[in-house]
Unconditional design. Structure first.
Length: 134
């Protein structure tokens, strides 16, 4: 079964539907690439997906190891390269404070997150810079 459907709405905008749930998101071309920047760009979604995937995998790790994931917030910065136009670098600042883990547990949770499927998919094609507070 297909995962999603993307429909061009005109004016460099798309509607993306998750077929299993019917959830939709809108994308816009970014201002620095002829767009209005009124919604996530496709490359914004890639960068954001990295942190979202990390947090999801951290939650799974915690569930499987008897840990409680109470808080995980990430701020993501995407840096583009010009030639060829692509994501050059993703900066992820993640706040894991308030979870009550010891240093060993914290490092295990972070390692699990860094091994998420999006990280494995992007591999060495995109530089990723992390900072964690806990």
């Amino acid at each position: 079964m297909a995962t999603s459907k993307v429909t061009y709405l005109g004016d460099l905008r798309t509607s993306c539907e998750h077929l299993a749930s019917g959830t939709t998101i809108i994308t816009d071309a970014p201002i620095d690439n002829n767009g209005k920047g009124e919604a996530f760009s496709p490359t914004d979604l890639v960068a954001t997906s990295y942190a979202s995937c990390m947090i999801t995998i951290m939650g799974i790790y915690c569930n499987n190891h008897g840990l409680l994931l109470k808080k995980a917030d990430a701020t993501i910065t995407k840096i583009m390269a010009e030639s060829p136009r692509r994501i050059q670098k993703i900066v992820i600042k993640m706040d894991l404070s308030g979870n009550g883990w010891d240093e060993h547990q914290t490092q295990k949770v972070i390692a699990a997150g860094k091994a998420c499927p999006v990280a494995k998919t992007l591999g060495d094609n995109v530089e990723v810079e992390f900072s964690f507070s806990y």
